[in-house]
Design a protein around this ligand. Sequence first.
Ligand code: ATP
Ligand code: MG
Ligand code: FE
Length: 344
Amino acid sequence: PLILGIETSCDETGVGIVRGHTLLADAVASSVAEHARFGGVVPEVASRAHLEAIVPTMRRALDDAGVTLADIDAIAVTAGPGLAGALLVGVAAAKGYALAAEKPVYGVNHLAAHVAVDTLEHGPLPEPAIALLVSGGHSSLLQVDDLATGVIPLGATIDDAAGEAFDKVARLLGLPFPGGPPIDREARAGDAGAIAFPRGLTAPKDLVAHRFDFSFSGLKTAVARWVEAKQRAGEPVPVADVAASFQEAVCDVLTRKAIDACRDRGIETMVIGGGVAANSRLRAMAEERAAKYGITVRVPRPKLCTDNGAMVAALGSHLVASGVAPSRLDLPADSAMPLTVVSV
Ligand code: ATP
Ligand code: MG
Ligand code: FE
């Protein structure tokens, strides 16, 4: 079946089209430049940008795939979690197109879609798998027994998300928003061992109560203190070394805990999803460390890690193939949709 996916949960308007596990189109319009001067996504600005971009992005995806709306078998749309006003634009558009073309519509979970997108790169996900979900708003470890019906949360961040930490640290280093890509770039010229930044929730007592949880706010504060001390001393801030050392601390904890989860559960497949999965150090470190335990790491190409419509189409395609019933045409957008709900 031919599945179209619509994504508008944050600042990317995405429309993707897939057939089975094959990606046919991935059109993305981003309003990120409009938010950059605010240092974060402004909800009202994002909603208006989605309104302007949704129809042209839809048209572009259909053109790229060489199909028409009539050829589409089902429409999937991000129903949550995300910004309420932003989600509404995508959900309303999906309903409109579904009604006009008489197609079923699937309201899906954005976070499950970040996991499902890997199937477009590497084919069906072996289940069970451990998913490390690291994005701008979330950082979780999940056990995926059946991606169509539910995921089991093993742990999550108790404060900032990993992507949020990248964005905040970039800001205090004077790097542009979103901070992940420039830190990734700067870190290549830096020494990852230059500064020993803290690894959150890795002390023996934390490994009892928070074995699969994360914490990045202490790390962010430690970086801020270190940078301030340099500035107070009138010394130049070695941006590349700070970026590399910070990135190393984040990736160390993420990969350590994800591998621990695989070993604890006897699971041999790890999939990484979400915007931070685009990080070059995280990808390399996960592969290197997992190989020692015979664990296979699956990470999609960077463009599929950040928000897009193809990930929504990929999850929709999996739901259709699994025989999951479509949503009602009055499906709601749910800004706080729980991680355990794959589709509504
Ligand atoms: P959520 O998926 O939790 O709703 P979101 O959709 O806003 O949040 P994504 O688009 O999945 O988040 O990811 C964006 C985040 O990914 C940003 O915080 C950004 O800094 C981070 N990011 C993007 N590329 C990289 C990279 N190369 N290294 C580290 N972080 C990155
Ligand atoms: Mg974004
Ligand atoms: Fe996302």
